[in-house]
Design a binder for this molecule. Structure first.
Ligand SMILES: Nc1ncnc2c1ncn2[C@@H]1O[C@H](COP(=O)(O)OP(=O)(O)O)[C@@H](O)[C@H]1O
Ligand SMILES: [Mg+2]
Length: 230
């Protein structure tokens, strides 16, 4: 479904990604791991087109999307929840969801209900300003907003980072249900245990390169743990 080949990117003269290749098959959950600063966010930004690729290709459902703008990739069925649970803080919870609905190709208001079913905790908060939600609730809103577009591939960057444990469990369960319902997921996640529970496959980055990739069970290996140790 998603095929990344030899992807290169960086900031100004500084190269960060040195030819990353990975695949996400339809309905698969692939977890990208690696220490801080290895290029995980840069990879997702480049897959989404927020950052231009300086080399390599991104193919989605057989179509080369490497030169498309982020909103064009959204229209094709990719949704992205960036690191740091960004929402529109001045808008209500409902307003945040409606903004995405207006940008969605389908324009079907039922998509709001569907997204709220994934995070029922948001339902009593629809009129509250997003800026007044807890970090965990904002992360749930950020994911719900991405779901309003009815993506076939969901890209999540550290959705559990800095979030209270009770909400981490809810987010994990939501990702699990979405995956079980057939959604493909590309997830950046630092918690090994969570990756082990959720992922079909994993990719480990180090200094902008893939140093290991395989089936989730292999994450038990001592060598894999060494690659992830701080
Ligand atoms: N906006 C930016 N401008 C310049 N350098 C950046 C920028 N964002 C990230 N970097 C650098 O790129 C490298 C990879 O960062 P990042 O992709 O955020 O890593 P990760 O998500 O794995 O922690 C780091 O060395 C970081 O300092
Ligand atoms: Mg990051």
């Amino acid at each position: 479904m998603l095929s990344v080949e030899g992807l290169q990117a960086g900031y100004g003269g500084a190269r960060v990604l040195f030819g990353i290749s990975l695949e996400v098959a339809a309905g698969q959950l692939v977890c990208v791991m690696g220490r801080n600063g290895v290029g995980k966010t840069t990879l997702l930004d480049t897959v989404m087109g927020v950052l231009p690729a300086t080399g390599g290709t991104v193919t989605f459902e057989g179509r080369d999307v490497t030169r498309l703008r982020p909103h064009e990739r959204v229209r094709l069925g990719i949704a992205y929840v960036p690191q740091g649970h960004e929402t529109f803080p001045q808008l209500s919870v409902l307003g945040n969801l409606q903004v995405t609905l207006e940008a969605a190709t389908h324009r079907d208001p039922a998509a709001l209900e569907e997204a709220l079913e994934v995070f029922p905790r948001l339902k009593p908060l629809l009129k509250r300003r997003a800026g007044f939600l807890s970090g965990g609730q904002q992360q749930q809103l950020a994911i719900a907003r991405a779901l309003v577009t009815r993506p076939r591939l969901l890209i999540l960057d550290e959705p559990t980072e800095g979030i209270q444990p009770s909400i981490i469990i809810e987010i994990e369960e939501a990702i699990e249900r979405l995956h079980a319902s057939g959604l493909a997921v590309l997830l950046v996640e630092q918690y090994l245990d969570l990756a082990l529970r959720l992922a079909d496959r994993f990719v480990i980055l180090d200094a902008g390169r893939v140093v290991r990739a395989g089936a989730a069970q292999e994450l038990h290996d001592a060598e894999v743990r060494r690659l992830l140790a701080v």
